[in-house]
Design a protein around this ligand. Structure first.
Ligand code: FCB
Length: 457
């Protein structure tokens, strides 16, 4: 082996997995009693999504979940992170459960367990029931209590078989883009709405943790944060100020109050008007791990197109980029892992990492996605270096199992290890699927080291 890197530490029990989310893969948006989410409504607004795409059919996972679990089994993953669609199991967001919706997740969970794949269930990956959106959604303080009741339903129905639960996926992203910067549902752009949403999501997190602890024996709980260094795009001091501001919202607004009991200093006074006396204690509940999603650093400029006064700039010209334009900087991933380890002192699970590329079916019928293999190899290598340097990382999940509905980009960006031919819904494992299967196979047999060879496929 040439220029390989080895993680000298044993990684017993290290979890290798893949992640997806409900709206991005399920489809079947009007079936078996599901009612609209804020994303169903947002997708129908002119100009919101590339090509006017929607999640109406997506990967048709609602009907094809058995095939998808069997793909995961072939891949050899030990865990699968998915989300439950709140509007499928509680169509109005409150009140009675929709039994047909609950039964879908029963079938999915049972199929995973039969394949020896551990289910990791995320309660909220952005698809808020529209009925709650109509009442202000996360800008309404009551939304925290609605979410807590939903958490009780999830814990009591699935907690006999599922032990790993995350409250929210990337609260900083859906609040920033959904309530201020634009580009995500519900499409609001207002600083006060953003601040209220941040605080109410934090309250919802704390309340849901309490409900899951009460309803699930042996629960292992956390939240999933997107942490990406926010760097000034130029040497202009205004860009540095903008980068610091974005860092507070993007990287601090959720993990700090949830795990340290305080908002970042740049936010504390702004949130104060919405804060009741005992809120900090309600938000800061004991959790078992830190869920990290990471893709790339963010380059920031000052700008005036939104109430935050920030804009997105370009990475330095020598930094490589993915087909989606995201910078590829694995050293920033290693640094982020070490920083989070030091700041929050919790076991870390990387619950999303991956890249988009313009994959195509070749003449031989194969989908060759060398850029994804290169990206994953570099990022897994960076993670192993961070582990060597002391970061307590316990698992790594690729985003994503399947090509899927990539929010504002619709189906124009492909993140999957498995290619989805949307007109036929045929699944074709890409070369990266086989690469990942080869990477994780030795550790699933609990050998002492993971070795990556950076020079070969
Ligand atoms: C993350 C989201 C996930 C997916 C990836 C590419 O921010 O959590 O749903 O869209 O980005």
């Amino acid at each position: 082996m040439v220029a390989g890197i080895a993680c000298g530490k044993p990684l017993p029990g290290f979890v290798w997995g893949v992640s997806t989310s409900s709206y991005q893969i399920e489809g079947a948006v009007t079936e078996d009693g599901r009612r609209p989410s804020i994303w169903d409504v947002y997708c129908r607004q002119t100009g919101r999504i590339v090509n006017g795409d929607t999640g109406d059919v997506a990967c048709d996972h609602y009907h094809r979940y058995r095939e998808d679990v069997s793909l995961m089994h072939k891949l050899g993953v030990g865990a699968y992170r998915f989300s439950v669609a709140w509007p499928r199991v509680m169509p109005s967001g409150q009140g009675e459960a929709n039994e047909r919706g609950v039964e879908f997740y029963d079938r999915l969970i049972d199929t995973l367990l039969a394949a020896n794949i551990e289910p990791w269930l995320c309660l909220y990956h952005w698809d808020l029931p529209q009925a709650l959106g109509d009442r202000g959604g996360w800008t309404n303080r009551d939304c925290a209590a609605w979410f807590a009741d939903y958490a009780t339903l999830i814990g009591s129905r699935f907690g006999d078989r599922v032990k790993r639960f995350a409250t929210f996926n990337e609260p900083s992203i859906f609040t920033l883009f959904g309530y201020c910067l634009g580009g995500q549902a519900p499409g609001i752009s207002d600083l006060g709405s953003l601040l209220r949403a941040i605080h109410h999501v934090n309250l919802g997190h704390g309340a849901a943790i309490d409900r899951l602890r009460a309803s699930v024996t042996g629960a292992s709980l956390g939240a999933i944060h997107n942490c990406q260094p926010c760097r000034p795009a130029t040497a202009d001091p205004a860009d540095s100020t903008a980068a610091k501001k974005l860092d507070a919202y993007w990287n601090g607004a959720f993990p700090d109050p949830q795990l340290r009991g305080v908002y970042p200093s740049l936010l504390a006074d702004l949130i104060a008007p919405y804060q009741h006396p005992d809120d900090a204690a309600k938000i800061c509940r004991s959790v078992d791990w830190f869920g990290l999603n990471h893709y790339s650093p963010v380059y920031v400029r000052a700008g005036d197109a939104n109430p935050l006064g920030i804009a997105f700039g370009d990475a330095p010209p020598d930094v490589p980029r993915s087909d989606m334009g995201w910078p590829i900087e694995p050293t920033a991933f290693a640094q982020t892992l070490s920083d989070i380890h030091k700041r929050y002192n919790l076991p870390i699970y990387v619950l999303e990492n991956g890249t988009a590329s313009h994959d195509k079916i070749g003449t031989t019928g194969l989908v060759t996605d060398q850029p994804r293999i290169d990206y994953l190899r570099a990022y897994v290598g960076a993670m192993l270096e961070a582990i060597e340097n002391g970061a307590d990382v316990r698992g790594y999940f690729v985003w994503s199992l399947l090509d899927n509905f990539e929010w504002g980009s619709g189906y124009s960006q492909r993140f999957g290890l498995v290619y989805v031919d949307y007109p036929t819904q045929r699944r074709i494992p890409k070369t990266s699927f086989h690469w990942y299967a080869g990477l994780i196979e030795p550790t699933s047999k609990r050998t002492a080291a993971v070795v990556l060879n950076r020079t070969s496929n």
